[in-house]
Design a protein around this ligand. Structure first.
Ligand SMILES: [Zn+2]
Length: 433
């Protein structure tokens, strides 16, 4: 090993070479640092847990100060005893954290950043684990950032979350920055959204893995880093509107292509554990520091709040459409049509939790305007965990867009206007569209 990094038992930090040497101790520091009766050197190799010596360099030398394994045995070998594979893995782990540290320090000038290993119980245990990037903000805020090459299993995730809380306190923000690559990012269907007061847009979604869910279940956060953009997740809970008496969901227009009966609700700021998928709000690293705190997620959380703001209006709007269609077709409210039960049950139909749904009519809040289009396109979905026995909708089957095709834009024109005019004169309708 080139002696690039060493674990400093005294400060619980990772030291990089070359780097600032002030505060370090040259030579073999054996005996200086001891814990639990064991006396060892201050600096330790993360791979083999052997003592390292900081080699002082004579003034004028062109060499850099560096670490060297302590030759403590009969062989006098000064090489690392760890298998090459372990050494390479640890180097990759450390390097990934260092690269993220450099990126954040450029984006957030002035913050203090160090590579630390949250100590849990024993030093040697801690030394074998990946260092975290610890950011200390000027306002006293402390952020512990993980940058794993590969997510550990659930138990290790929980142990790490506990170690961070016990070492840094519960006020510390603990986040896991994952890579937007096939290993750590399984894309879901795009979600068309219209946050209150904002333009319609499309959010990417991700299908969280068990380990990613474990992080949020433990109260930490998962973000994806994509260049200088940070993808912040919220929960998307897909469900199907169960037809009620007086509703007809058998749309023959663009709403069929949009699968009007398929809707969703949000959970935020952290996704609930039973979310079907996670929607992603994009913020830039610079936005995270816009208000001079180290880690400000207000831009992302504001967007989530705006999404929550429009969701009940969207549900009510769609139900109003179904009532309107029913009235148009004069179907008796109890006439059963062909059952949707023949379709694959892709979405739970349980009524979404929250305040009781408003029955009539759609809310008149200004942001209700235009929310009719704030619906997800629904290319084929990976099957979410279905409830044990979801109530089956009883509306006729809907025409569906071919899998993988873009859903068409709503048709515009005179016929739509005429249909709406007729519909409005048959049923009491909200004039808000
Ligand atoms: Zn070693």
């Amino acid at each position: 090993m080139g002696g690039d990094t060493a674990w400093d038992r005294l400060t619980a930090r990772l030291i990089e070479m070359p780097g600032p040497t002030a505060g370090l101790e040259a030579g073999l520091a054996r005996g200086v640092y001891g814990e639990a009766g064991a006396v060892s050197g201050r600096y330790m190799c993360r791979a083999c847990h052997g003592d390292l010596i900081l080699r002082p360099i004579t003034p004028g030398s062109r060499q850099q100060p560096h670490f060297r394994h302590h030759s403590n045995s009969e062989s006098g070998a000064r090489d690392c005893r760890a298998p090459a594979g372990d050494r390479q893995r640890i180097e990759r782990e450390d390097q990934a954290v260092v690269v993220l540290r450099d990126l954040l320090v450029r984006a957030w000038p002035g913050v203090g950043a160090s590579l630390e290993i949250p100590r849990s119980t024993r030093d040697s245990e801690a030394a074998g684990t990946r260092p975290a990037l610890v950011i200390r903000g000027m306002d006293g805020q402390l952020v512990v950032i993980e940058r794993p090459q590969e997510l550990p299993h659930t138990e290790a995730i929980n142990a790490r979350v506990r170690a961070v809380r016990s070492h840094y306190g519960t006020a510390a923000v603990h986040v896991w920055f994952l890579a937007k690559d096939p290993e750590q990012f399984v894309p879901g269907a795009p979600l068309e959204v219209k946050p209150h007061g904002r333009a319609k847009t499309v959010h990417a979604t991700v299908l969280p893995t068990t380990r990613q869910r474990a992080i949020t279940a433990a109260g930490s956060s998962v973000y994806w880093l994509d260049g200088d953009q940070v993808l912040v997740p919220y929960g998307v809970h897909d469900f199907t509107h169960a037809p009620r008496p007086g509703e007809n969901w058998e749309f023959a227009d663009w709403r069929a292509a949009k699968q009007w009966h398929r809707d969703w609700r949000i959970s935020h700021p952290l996704p609930d554990s039973d979310a079907t998928r996670w929607g992603l709000v994009t913020v830039t690293l610079n936005q995270l520091t816009a208000t001079k705190t180290t880690f400000d997620l207000r831009p992302a959380h504001d967007t989530m709040q705006r999404l929550a703001h429009v969701e009940r209006a969207r549900w009510n709007r769609r139900r109003a459409d179904a009532r309107e269609l029913h009235a148009q077709r004069h179907t008796p409210p109890d006439a059963p049509g062909p059952s949707l039960a023949d379709e694959p049950a892709a979405f739970p139909t349980a009524p979404p939790p929250g305040p009781p749904a408003l029955e009539e009519p759609a809310p008149q809040e200004p942001f209700a305007q235009g929310t009719r289009d704030a619906a997800p396109d629904q290319p084929p979905q990976p099957p979410p965990p279905a409830p044990a026995s979801p109530p089956r909708p009883t509306a006729p089957p809907l025409p569906r867009s071919a899998p993988g095709h873009r859903t068409p834009e709503p048709p515009q024109g005179i016929w739509r206007t005429v249909r709406r005019f007729l519909a409005r004169n048959r049923t009491p309708r909200s004039p808000s569209r």
